[in-house]
Design a binder for this molecule. Structure first.
Ligand code: FO1
Length: 334
């Protein structure tokens, strides 16, 4: 096994990938000393990205970069530890920006440098590679697209200054409203004009294993899959494709993926999400799907649907547990 590609969103995908890298360094050590002989590429969702105070903020790229680079606020799952909010408080004092969305002082440096690079004509891929040089994530980070593809949600009800039927940015729904306002659909603004970023389709086509980690299946993995060419690359790659359920015992592990699954009419269960991704042999995406031990009853119906399945501990408490999970996923992929 030489190449593994992960399609990741925010916290779940980042933590899983951290475990994957730890497992690979142990199971396939590189003869150059540290790391592994296996190259890992993370294709990251950019649907949560936004322009805020003139800065390009990329929540999932930053969560993956900080998590793999050792700079994440661990319990929060996003942003930097030991943060301060002096600048964002001053911005709020001017009444600008989103006072319910914290741009920490340390985190702002990332957005400022990224924006500087974008304004100098670099692509998001170039800027991501530049930022990653400092953090040394141990994997190649690729935005799913260098074109803006923002996830917006259509409100079913009025909320504050928004009328029913309005489209608002996913992050406003997610952070300001905690996904509590009912929505009727997700809209990926810019999708039709977007193409996969350089290297993304090759990273899928050339992989030995493609992993769908326990990220949000709708607004993270789903967004990546909707980028032109990605689904086809997933269908035609010679790689084995294995996914890990983000739902344990009928509940989301963190975040509010259940609110997103409701919108697209998928039940919040390990079985339903596995069937939603579908068996490759039936035109879907998965060769295999790992569920938690509490969802062992899902194994038989998944196998009946043409998806190899196993039950394993899926709580990512720390690096060792997520490394063990990655090992099981790779073993299941065969
Ligand atoms: N999440 C919050 O719940 N509150 C915030 O104020 C917030 C700020 C923020 C700033 C930068 C960033 O990269 C992420 C941030 N997030 C915040 C997390 C963000 O909503 C999530 O990381 C993803 O967008 C959802 O997976």
């Amino acid at each position: 096994m030489k190449n593994v590609t992960v399609l990741a969103g925010g916290v779940g995908g980042a933590r899983f990938t951290r475990g994957l890298l730890a497992h690979l360094a142990q199971a396939h050590p590189s003869d150059a000393g540290e790391g592994s002989s296996v190259a890992v590429t993370v294709v990251v969702n950019t649907g949560d990205d936004m322009w805020l105070n003139g800065l390009r903020v990329c929540p999932d790229l930053d969560t993956v970069m900080y998590t793999l680079g050792g700079g994440i606020a661990e319990d929060q799952g996003w942003g930097r530890p030991n943060e301060s909010r002096r600048t964002s408080s001053e911005i709020a004092a001017y009444g600008r920006g989103w006072d319910w969305f914290t741009l920490g002082d340390l985190d702002l440096a990332t957005h400022i440098v990224r924006t500087e690079l974008l304004h100098s004509g670099q692509t998001l891929s170039d800027a991501t590679e530049f930022l990653a040089r400092r953090w040394q994530p141990g994997a190649r980070l690729l935005p799913m697209s260098d074109d803006p593809v923002e996830t917006h949600v259509r409100l079913a009800d009025a909320a504050d200054e928004h009328a029913a039927g309005d489209l608002i940015h996913f992050e406003e729904w997610w952070v300001r409203y905690r996904a509590s306002v009912p929505v009727t659909e997700f809209v990926q603004v810019g999708l039709d004009a977007a193409s996969a970023a350089p290297g993304v389709l090759d990273a899928i086509a050339g992989a030995d294993v493609v992993i769908v980690p326990p990220s949000n299946p709708v607004v993270s993995v789903g967004t990546i899959l909707n980028v032109a060419g990605v689904r086809d690359a997933m269908r035609t790659t010679s790689a084995r494709i294995v996914g890990i359920s983000p739902i344990i015992g009928g509940s989301v592990v963190r975040g509010m993926a259940d609110r997103c699954l409701e919108v697209i009419g998928v039940e919040t269960s390990a079985l339903a999400v596995g069937l939603h991704y579908g068996a490759r042999s039936a035109g879907g995406l998965l060769d295999a799907w790992l569920v938690d031990e509490t969802d062992a009853a899902a194994v038989a119906p998944l196998v009946a649907a043409g998806i190899r399945a196993e039950a394993a501990p899926l709580w990512m408490r720390d690096v060792p547990t997520s490394a063990a999970m990655a090992e099981r996923a790779l073993a299941l992929a065969g």
